[in-house]
Design a protein around this ligand. Structure first.
Ligand code: HEM
Length: 128
């Protein structure tokens, strides 16, 4: 039997749904981030991020079944992500994580990953 996954430990799909719902509610009305996203497919974008995060943390592998290998840096290449975009993304994600009521240890695990991942998604360094 495999060890209990982080996905299961924090509460599974409902928790990831709550995370991305909170996050995307912020993104949709954010002046820096909103223009980057597909304005006619907000629900799809929300589902892609949720499925990716669920898979990353040991939940269902639906993301890769639908999207293939994540290759997230490549998939973000079309979007200009400078320090401003990265920090806006992280600020909204921080508020979304805060809304979950995780334990301090769970919070540190999830947040450590998200901060690292957001840094690795930056692909512009010439912001004013
Ligand atoms: C997709 C922006 C960081 C995971 C997208 C999309 C945009 C975007 C505009 C396209 C929306 C869609 O149609 O799915 C950003 C910005 C970031 C950032 C501005 C700031 C650093 C991250 C991070 C992760 C992530 C840190 C993972 C932890 C994803 C995933 C998709 C996606 C899984 C869908 C990929 C696909 O299957 O097509 N992102 N992103 N993003 N992002 Fe990000």
């Amino acid at each position: 039997p495999s060890a209990r996954t982080f996905y299961a430990e924090v509460g599974g799909e409902p928790v990831f749904r709550a995370l991305v719902a909170h996050f995307y509610a912020g993104v949709r009305s954010d002046p820096v981030l909103s223009p980057l996203y597909p304005q006619d497919d907000w629900d799809g974008a929300e589902e892609r991020l949720r499925r990716f995060l669920e898979q990353y943390w040991g939940g269902p592998t639906t993301y890769s079944e639908q999207r293939g290998h994540p290759r997230l840096r490549m998939r973000h290449a079309p979007f200009a992500i400078g320090e401003r975009e990265r920090d806006a993304w992280l600020a909204l994600m921080r508020a979304a994580v805060d809304s979950l009521g995780l334990t301090a240890e769970q919070d540190a695990t999830l947040w450590g990953y998200l901060e690292m991942a957001a840094r690795s998604m930056q692909n512009r360094w010439d912001d004013p």
